[in-house]
Ligand binder design. Structure first.
Ligand code: OAA
Ligand code: MG
Length: 604
C-alpha cells in the first residue's frame, strides 16, 4: 500500500526528480491520455505506445470493449478494471452513459457479482488503494485502529469520507444472507452517488460489517472470504453495531451513514436506535418507500380511479414492504385528505402464510401487526390467487422475492378486476431472478393496460403489431438516495425525518418533463438523474430548514431569504434564488472526472 503524501526522490543515474507520488499515480492512471509533454516530465516516455488519446477517444474505446464483452458479469469485470486503473475514465463512462451502465454496476448485475464476490474479489480491488472497510465482529473493539489504518493507507483527499454505505450482508437485495459477499452493494450504491449527486469518489466509503453468515453454502465453501461462523444473537448484534457506529462517528465526525440491506428486524431496529443520534437513514425502508410513493402518485393520476377507491395488496411483508406501505399510507392521508383509519383500511398484506389477519392464529412479527386485517370474519386466504379474489386489488405490489409470483393467472385476474380503470402492478423484488414478473409478462397478460414499475431494470417492450415501444419505470431507490445523501452532506441536518424524505419524494413525482409525461412515464429518465437530483436536493434541504433541522447557517439563511420556493412547483425549472445558490454550491463542490484530469495535468 502506498503512503499518501510520500515524495518520491528518484536518483537513478544522474536524474533527480521530485514529485508527489500520488500525482504521478493519478497521471499514469490516465494511461493513453497522458499528453506527450507530461510523459517526459514524469519520465514515462518510452514506456508506452507513442499515440495520445483524448479522453473522449478513451471513452469510445471503452464503450466498444464493453459492448464486445459477452455476459453482464464480464462487463462488470471489465468496468472494475477500468475503475481500478483509470478512475476518471470509469466515472466519465458512468456519468455519460448512465442508462447503459447502471444495470451493470448496480441492479441486476450487482446481484450476480455479490453471489460470486469471494471468487472475484482479488480481481475487483485495486492493489494500491484502500477501497472500503471490512470490519469483523472480532475487531469491533479496535475501531480506533481500523480508522487509523484506513487514514494511513488513504491519500489525503480520502481521509475524511463524507458518506458511507454500510451493510452486514444479511439481506442482499432479494438474495438473502450473503455475508461478506454483500460488499458489492455498498460499492455499487456509492458509484451511483458519484454519478447521481456528483460526490467525490474519494469521499465515499463502502463498509461491510462481517458478523458471520447463516448461509450454509458459504460456510462450506473453502473460497468464501468472510468469517466462517453463524451470525450473533440480537444483543451481541446491537452491541457490536454500537461499537462500529460510535467508532465511525469518532473517526469521521461529519460522515453521513446509509444503512443498507440489513435483515428486516435489524433494519428497523438500527434506524430506531440511531436516527436521532447520527446523520443517517435506511435506504430500504425510507429510500424504497419514497421512490414508490413518487411512482404511486403518478400512477394514481393515470389509473382513472380516485385515490380513496384504491385497494393496495402487498405481496411480501419485510422491511421494504412495510417501509413502502407506511410511506404510501402517509401520502394517502396527507395528499388525498383521508383519515388514518380509512387509509389503513386500503392496505392488505400477505406473507408466506397468506393474508395477514389478526385472527390467523400465529404470532405476527411486530412490523405486521399494524396492517393485520380485522374485518375478515372467518376468511383466511392462503394462496395469492385466493387473496386476489378476496381483496380485488387495484394496486399489486410485489416485495416477496418470489420469481413468477405474479403469474399469468394472477395478472389476468387483476386485469379483469380493473376493467374500468388501469391496473397498477409494481413487482419490486430485486434482482430480476427474484422479480414477481417481467415487464413483458405484465403487458401481455393485461392487454398492455398495466401501469408498471419494477425494482430491477427490464428492457423496453414493443407492443405486438405496432411500432410502439414502451420503457418500463424503474421504481428503484437510486432516484432517492443520492439526494438524501447530498442534501445531508451540505445542510448537516440534526436528523433525517420522514417528512423531509416525503418532500423529496414529492419533488421526484413532480420532476417529469413534458415528454416523459406525454409518454405516460412514472419516473424521469435515468439519464436525467443528475439533473433531477438537484431539484430533489433543494426540496430536502428546504424541508430540513422548515423543520429547524439544518445546522449549516448558510442554508438556513438562504432558504429563509427565499420566500418563494419555486423549485417545488412542478411546472417550473428550479430557478429560485435558493436553487441558484444550490446549483452554484453543487457545481463548486461536485466532482467531475474531466475537471480533475485537467487540474492534475496543468499542475505538473
Ligand atoms: O439495490 C437496489 O437495487 C434496491 C435496494 O436497495 C434493494 O433491493 O435492497
Ligand atoms: Mg437495498
Amino acid at each position: 500500500m502506498l503512503r499518501a503524501t510520500k515524495i518520491l526522490r528518484n536518483t537513478v543515474g544522474k536524474r533527480n526528480i521530485t514529485y508527489n507520488i500520488m500525482d504521478k499515480i493519478h497521471v499514469i492512471q490516465l494511461g493513453t491520455a497522458v499528453p506527450a509533454t507530461t510523459r517526459k516530465k514524469i519520465h514515462v516516455n518510452g514506456l508506452m505506445p507513442v499515440g495520445v488519446d483524448t479522453i473522449k477517444m478513451q471513452e469510445d474505446r471503452a464503450l466498444s470493449e464493453l459492448e464486445r464483452r459477452g455476459s453482464s458479469m464480464d462487463k462488470y469485470m471489465f468496468l472494475s478494471w477500468v475503475r481500478n486503473n483509470n478512475p476518471n475514465l470509469f466515472y466519465r463512462l458512468v456519468i455519460n452513459n448512465l442508462a447503459l451502465i447502471a444495470p451493470i454496476i448496480y441492479t441486476p448485475t450487482i446481484g450476480e457479482v455479490c453471489l460470486q464476490y469471494s471468487n472475484v474479489y482479488p480481481f475487483l480491488s485495486p492493489c494500491d488503494r484502500v477501497n472500503g472497510l471490512y470490519i469483523s465482529i472480532d475487531e469491533v473493539d479496535k475501531m480506533d485502529e481500523i480508522v487509523r489504518n484506513y487514514k494511513e493507507h488513504s491519500e489525503p483527499s480520502s481521509q475524511d469520507p463524507k458518506i458511507c454505505v454500510i451493510t452486514d450482508g444479511s439481506r442482499i437485495l432479494g438474495l438473502g444472507d450473503l455475508g461478506v459477499n454483500g460488499m458489492g452493494i455498498p460499492v455499487g450504491k456509492l458509484q451511483l452517488y458519484v454519478a447521481g449527486a456528483g460526490l467525490n469518489p474519494k469521499e465515499c466509503l463502502p463498509i461491510i460489517v462481517d458478523f458471520g453468515t447463516n448461509n450454509q453454502a458459504y460456510l462450506n465453501d473453502s473460497r468464501y472470504l468472510g468469517l466462517r461462523r453463524a451470525r450473533p444473537d440480537d444483543d451481541l448484534f446491537y452491541s457490536a453495531m454500537e461499537k462500529v457506529i460510535t467508532g465511525l462517528k469518532k473517526g469521521f465526525p461529519d460522515m453521513f451513514i446509509q444503512f443498507e440491506d440489513f435483515s428486516t428486524d435489524h433494519a428497523f431496529g438500527l434506524l430506531r436506535k440511531w436516527r436521532e443520534k447520527v446523520m443517517c437513514f435506511n435506504d430500504d425502508i425510507q429510500g424504497t418507500g419514497a421512490v414508490i410513493m413518487a411512482g404511486f402518485i403518478n400512477a394514481i393520476a393515470q389509473s382513472g380511479l380516485p385515490a380513496k377507491e384504491h385497494r393496495l395488496l402487498f405481496v411480501g411483508a419485510g422491511s421494504a414492504a412495510i417501509g413502502v406501505a407506511d410511506t404510501l399510507r402517509r401520502c394517502i392521508m396527507t395528499d388525498y385528505d383521508i383519515s388514518e383509519d380509512d387509509a389503513k383500511k386500503m392496505f392488505w398484506l400477505t406473507d408466506t402464510k397468506g393474508l395477514v389477519t389478526a385472527n390467523r392464529g400465529d404470532k405476527l412479527a411486530a412490523q405486521k401487526v399494524y396492517y393485520a386485517r380485522h374485518d375478515n370474519g372467518n376468511t383466511q386466504c392462503k394462496t395469492l390467487a385466493e387473496v386476489v379474489k378476496y381483496v380485488k386489488p387495484t394496486v399489486l405490489i410485489g416485495l416477496s422475492t418470489v420469481k413468477g409470483e405474479f403469474s399469468r393467472e394472477i395478472l389476468e385476474s387483476v386485469n379483469n378486476i380493473n376493467k374500468e380503470n388501469r391496473p397498477i402492478v409494481f413487482p419490486l423484488s430485486n434482482p430480476e431472478t427474484k422479480a414477481e414478473c417481467t415487464f413483458a409478462e405484465a403487458m401481455q397478460y393485461t392487454n398492455n393496460r398495466v401501469i408498471f414499475a419494477s425494482g430491477t431494470a427490464f428492457p423496453p417492450y414493443t407492443v405486438p403489431g405496432t411500432n410502439k415501444t414502451i420503457v418500463p419505470g424503474q421504481g428503484n431507490n437510486m432516484y432517492i438516495f443520492p439526494s438524501i445523501g447530498l442534501g445531508s452532506v451540505l445542510a448537516k441536518p440534526r436528523m433525517v425525518t420522514d417528512t423531509a424524505i416525503y418532500a423529496l419524494s414529492k419533488a421526484l413525482a413532480n420532476s417529469l418533463n413534458e415528454q416523459e409525461k406525454a409518454d405516460g412515464n412514472l419516473y424521469p429518465s435515468i439519464d436525467r438523474l443528475r439533473k433531477v437530483a438537484l431539484s430533489l436536493t433543494a426540496a430536502i434541504i428546504h424541508q430540513f430548514v422548515v423543520e429547524g433541522l439544518a445546522q449549516d447557517e448558510k442554508w438556513i439563511a438562504l432558504v429563509k431569504d427565499n420566500t418563494d420556493p419555486k423549485y417545488l412547483d412542478p411546472n417550473r425549472k428550479p430557478d429560485g434564488y435558493f436553487c441558484d445558490a444550490l446549483r452554484e454550491e453543487v457545481n463548486r463542490c461536485s466532482w467531475s472526472p474531466t475537471a480533475e484530469v485537467e487540474t492534475f495535468v496543468s499542475n505538473l
